[in-house]
Design a protein around this ligand. Sequence first.
Ligand SMILES: Cc1cc2nc3c(=O)[nH]c(=O)nc-3n(C[C@H](O)[C@H](O)[C@H](O)COP(=O)(O)O)c2cc1C
Length: 187
Amino acid sequence: MNISNPLRVVGISGSLRQGSYNTALLRAAAELMPPEMTLEIVNLAPLPMFNQDLEKPLPEAVVEFRSYLAQADGILIATPEYNSSVSGALKNAIDWASRQPKPPLSGKPVAIMGASTGNFGTVRAQVHLRQILTHVGALPLGKPEVLVARADQAFDAEGNLLDEAARGFLRDLLVAFTRWIRQVSPA
Ligand SMILES: Cc1cc2nc3c(=O)[nH]c(=O)nc-3n(C[C@H](O)[C@H](O)[C@H](O)COP(=O)(O)O)c2cc1C
C-alpha cells in the first residue's frame, strides 16, 4: 500500500475509561505531531471479546476496526499498564487484528507509548506489547520511548498533558515515527 500525504496514523488507547490518561496522551500526540501526519483515534469499546466461534461472519465492529488499521500508514498505541502487562481490551483488539485473511497489523509500522499512575510509567506493559506486536508481524519503532509515570500529576483535570519533559519526548517520538513509516513502507 502506498503511503498517504499527510501520513495517516490511527491511534489506539488500551483504556476504555472515560477519563483515561492514555486517551489523553493520544490527544496530546494529535496536538504535537508534525504537520505531515494526521491522527484518528479508534474506540475499542465496541469490539466483542475474541471468540473463534464469532469469526464467521466477523462482527461489524471487528470488520470496521480491521479496515481502519489496514488503511493506516502507521499505528500509534497508548497502553495502560494493568498488573505489569497490557490491558485486556488492547490484547483483545490485537487478537482480532491478528487473524487471517490479511491480518492488518502485519508489516505495519507501530509506535508505542503509555501512561500510568505508578512510578514506572508502563515500562513492563510496553515490553509485553513489543513482544505481542512482533509476534503478529508488526514493525514497532524502537526509540525514543515515551513513558508517563505518575500520570495523575502529569495531566490536568481536563486531560491536558502539562509535563514539559513528556511533551518533548512525545514530539521526538512522533518525528521519529514519521521517519520510521517512510523507511519501512513499500514505495
Ligand atoms: C486492574 C488494574 C491494574 C493496574 N496495574 C498497574 C500496574 O501494574 N502498574 C501501574 O503503573 N499502574 C497500574 N494500574 C494503575 C493504572 O496505571 C491507572 O489506573 C491508569 O490511570 C490506567 O490508565 P488510564 O488512565 O488510561 O485508564 C492498574 C490499574 C488497574 C485498574
